[in-house]
Design a binder for this molecule. Structure first.
Ligand SMILES: Cc1cc2nc3c(=O)[nH]c(=O)nc-3n(C[C@H](O)[C@H](O)[C@H](O)COP(=O)(O)OP(=O)(O)OC[C@H]3O[C@@H](n4cnc5c(N)ncnc54)[C@H](O)[C@@H]3O)c2cc1C
Length: 372
């Protein structure tokens, strides 16, 4: 590929930059197999919406394998509610296709207009509806994998954990069979909240309601940026009629929620983190974040927060990690490790990951220098 065109494949939404040896765009699984068999070092790329640098090539040694052209939608079994799709299918395209049959895929992250199924599986993506539907790993029947020799394997439920959430260090996901749900008719409410303590108490109550599919938190700064009042807000989504906002009003609220990422990035808060903490530690973490002026939103129903740092504020990130660990939280609730958090992986986890890598990728071909 021409050097000037390669630039777009040397970064991702984390805004980290690397250098590629070349970029290739296979259109079929056969092409993936033959490229993989003859290439010594490969970085796997979905849509590049990852926020941890997982698909950024390092040191000019890696060939970027762009999987976005594997965008075939295969057979849909409406009775058993499963569908086979290529790794390159954009989530939004899948949802639109399924809606015609009154079905949906329950994992719905905010990057849905761009992110593709292979990248979502590799990061074990969660969506705003994690409180009800968990992670993508719960919605996969099998995946087809290409190994470092170019061989194709089908991996069922018992072997999924070698590939789902492994951020592409173990093999290329080329196709998957996904489980579906009947299309839901949802409603929502937008609630203004006076204090962080009140947020905790409301969220605790709401979590008892099994019809709730989303509880999103907006801090004062983000609320103001979205043209709400300068207060804390909760967006609460229901899978029944309980929400005050229905049909067009519901859709407008969801559109507003989708603007959060572009708002924070346009305001210069381009480094978005994803710590996860227990709800009873929320006030402590938020008070620290507010103390250093970090705008924050997140999936409060499951304890995942997105503090957004400007360039000048990035110096606070290591300190925030320490606060999160002190509060017994996780440093990454949904974006993964990639390159950005490689030094923060726990020694015990690292040993397990190295063993899985040796077993699944003995040629050490895929995403070298990522995660471990
Ligand atoms: C605006 C915005 C909103 C977001 N919202 C959410 C959210 O709500 N929830 C959430 O979980 N994430 C979210 N993310 C993060 C990101 O969208 C997800 O991690 C997404 O699943 C990545 O998909 P992708 O296709 O862009 O993958 P990429 O960024 O291209 O790749 C991600 C990782 O997967 C590997 N990979 C890609 N394709 C394959 C494959 N076929 N086989 C093996 N490995 C592969 C790559 O090497 C890399 O390590 C958001 C990001 C943005 C920019």
């Amino acid at each position: 590929m021409r050097k000037d065109l390669m630039k777009a494949y040397e970064s991702d939404a984390s805004q980290l930059n690397g250098k590629a040896l070349d970029v290739v765009h296979p259109k079929t699984i056969m092409e993936v197999r033959s490229i993989v068999a003859r290439t010594p070092r490969i970085v796997l790329r979905g849509a590049g919406t990852g926020l941890a640098g997982g698909c950024v090539p390092l040191n000019g040694l890696d060939v970027v394998l762009d999987l976005s052209k594997l965008d075939f939608i295969g057979s849909l079994d409406k009775e058993r509610r499963v569908i086979e799709v290529g790794a390159g299918v954009v989530l939004d395209d899948l949802q639109n296709y399924l809606a015609k049959s009154n079905l949906e895929f329950p994992i719905d992250p905010s990057g849905r207009k761009v992110c593709i199924i292979g990248g979502m599986i590799a990061t074990d993506a969660v969506g705003s509806r994690m409180i009800k539907y968990g992670k993508i790993s719960s919605w996969i029947k099998w995946v087809d994998i290409v190994d470092g020799y170019g061989n194709l394997h089908r991996k069922g439920v018992t072997e999924l954990s070698d590939y789902v959430g492994m951020e592409g260090i173990t093999g290329v996901i080329v196709r998957a069979c996904l489980k579906l749900l009947p299309l839901k008719n949802r409603t929502a409410s937008l609630v203004k909240v006076e204090s962080l303590e009140e947020v905790v108490s409301i969220v605790r109550d709401l979590k008892r309601n099994s019809m709730i599919s989303m509880i999103e938190f907006l801090d004062k700064k983000i609320s103001k940026g979205l043209e709400l009042t300068e207060d804390y807000h909760l967006i609460i989504e229901y899978e029944d009629d309980s929400g005050l906002l229905k049909e067009e009003d519901y859709r407008e609220l969801m559109k507003m929620r989708d603007k959060i990422y572009s708002f924070v990035v346009n305001e210069g808060y381009a480094r978005i983190e994803d710590p996860r903490i227990m709800i009873d530690r929320f006030v402590k973490l938020m008070s620290w974040l507010e103390g250093v002026g970090i705008p924050t939103f997140g999936h409060i129903g499951v304890g995942i927060l997105h503090p957004c740092f400007s360039r000048d504020q990035e110096k606070y990130i290591p300190e925030m990690m320490k606060v999160v660990k002190r509060l017994s939280g996780q440093i990454s609730g949904e974006y993964g490790i990639g390159i950005l958090k490689i030094n923060l992986v726990d020694m015990g986890d690292k040993k397990i990951l190295i063993n899985v890598k040796k077993r699944t990728d003995p040629l050490n071909k895929f995403n070298v220098g990522k995660v471990i």
